[in-house]
Design a binder for this molecule. Sequence first.
Ligand code: PLP
Length: 390
Amino acid sequence: MQTIAGFDRIGEENAFAVLARAGELAATGRDIINLGIGQPDFPTPPHIVEAAVRALRDGQHGYTPAVGIPALREAVAADLDRRFGAHVDPGNVIIVPGGKITMFAAILMFGEPGAEILYPDPGFPIYRSMIEFTGARPVPVPIREANGFGVSAEETLALITPKTRLLIVNSPANPCGGVTPKAEIDRLVAGLAEHPQVAVMSDEIYDQLLYDGEEHVTLLSYPEIRDRLILLNGWSKTYAMTGWRLGYSIWPDGLYDKVRKLAVNAWSCVNAPAQFAALEALEGPQDAVAAMLAEFDSRRRLVVEGLNALPGVSCITPKGAFYAFPNIRETGWKAKPLATALLEEAGVATIGGPDFGILGEGYIRLSYANSAENIERALGRMAEFLKRPR
Ligand code: PLP
């Protein structure tokens, strides 16, 4: 059967394959500790679940407007104003089924043969996969340990050519946990003035997962790029709602109607009761968010300390998200074989750095969205494994 060429180029997210393999091993009775998949291990806060149940009982069973229920679009705008003082017109907000949909839509909109799209490497693997799907040329922007895994404005700007259509920025970042400092973002935005043909997609899905007093710098606060900025965000990480498939994006006037039409063509609208849950998440009490953050913070310290005590491993302290990205070069292992051996032999699921891009070699990703007890057990197993003669 013939398929269109794009489908031969589409990639995937190895975290899901590792999750499946960890499940298979667990089904045989093995005790597997999963530090692979990036999702909070907490349940969705009960008041949010309750709002969805109430919506179902109240008869919210039909289609909603394709761009989302008006109250939720207004709540998103109000939330961005409250947290960042950013003015967003609810008319520029679209509610979408998950964070991924925004990158799918933005990359589809700008990607075509002959175009170039800049994306972070190491970075969320779907960026590159989708860029390749469209036939555009993926241009990796190096994310370096030496820069605290933040973006370098200078390096990014140097990669822009007349063919560049879209720049993808992600801070706080997956997989490295890096946060790009404000001064660097200022420089990046200033440099973009010389490249008016370049749209920007800012993936800010981890914007509430910041530590050590770091404050999130949203690209929404730069009026000079608002006419070409697409903001990706959602509920998955902040409110422990990965399975609900809920996200939102902000699109500039010139692009909004295109994404609205894509919604009509592809998903009609987001699950109605889920939208009422999303509304409650934004408007209800935020204590659960603070509690999860405090818990992630203490696990972060635990994981970084434990990793740095392992032979051949060094790990800088991540400032955001819930990932550690230790350098494993001195262990003598390549990253992917190490991740596989840790899963198969030590029962610890992690992800090899190369699953996030070429520059991920020499690193593995650990998600510390798991209990402190499991993290300690995993580190113990890794220590034992790495001490074994090979
Ligand atoms: N963006 C980044 C950087 C992510 O790490 C993820 C999920 O891991 C997403 C987007 C996708 O989020 P969602 O599960 O809401 O589609």
